[in-house]
Design a protein. Structure first.
Length: 160
C-alpha cells in the first residue's frame, strides 16, 4: 500500500492528477487480488522477460526496477520486458532511480483504454513512455509522455 501511495503522491506532485490520489476509489473498486510480484518468464545476460498478468502493475513495476538496479550494478546494460503490466501510473516514477549513470527508456503497453473521438469502443492503449538521460554533471533529464486523453498534449519534463 505504501508503494502505491508513493506513486500516487509522485503523480500529484508532477501535476498528473489523473494518475494520483483520484485513483484510490478506482483501485479499491478494482480490488487488490492476485500475485503482487511479476514472474520471470525467461532471462539471458542482457534480457529478462516478466509475466505481470496476475500482478498489480504498481507493485510489479517497482519489483522490476529493483531487479534492474541489481543487474545494472554488475553490468552497464539490461533490458526488462514486462508483459501485460497494468496499472502503473506515471512511468517517470520508475525511471528516476535507474537514471543515475544510465540512459533509461521505459515504456509500457496497456489494454485498450482510449476511444476515437465519438467512438463507442476503446481501441488504443495509452502506451506511456519515459526517457531519462544523465548528464556529465550528474544531473538528469526525464521526459514522461503518454497518449492518454486526460494528458494529451502534456509532456512532463524534469531536470534535476
Amino acid at each position: 500500500a505504501s508503494e502505491i501511495l508513493n506513486q500516487f503522491m509522485y503523480a500529484e506532485l508532477s501535476e498528473k492528477k489523473t494518475h494520483g490520489l483520484i485513483r484510490i476509489p478506482w483501485l479499491i473498486k478494482k480490488g487488490l487480488q492476485g500475485n503482487f510480484k511479476p514472474k520471470i518468464i525467461s532471462q539471458s545476460k542482457i534480457l529478462t522477460r516478466f509475466d505481470c498478468s496476475k500482478s498489480i502493475g504498481y507493485i510489479a513495476a517497482t519489483n522490476i526496477v529493483d531487479y534492474l538496479q541489481m543487474k545494472l550494478k554488475k553490468q552497464s546494460f539490461h533490458i526488462a520486458v514486462a508483459n501485460e503490466i497494468f496499472p502503473t501510473g506515471v512511468l517517470g516514477y520508475y525511471a528516476q532511480p535507474l537514471i543515475k549513470d544510465n540512459l533509461v527508456i521505459v515504456f509500457g503497453t496497456t489494454p485498450n483504454l482510449v476511444k476515437f473521438i465519438d467512438g463507442k469502443e476503446k481501441v488504443l492503449g495509452t502506451n506511456p513512455l519515459a526517457i531519462g538521460l544523465s548528464t556529465a554533471e550528474k544531473e538528469y533529464i526525464l521526459v514522461d509522455i503518454t497518449s492518454a486523453q486526460s494528458s494529451f498534449g502534456n509532456i512532463l519534463y524534469f531536470q534535476i
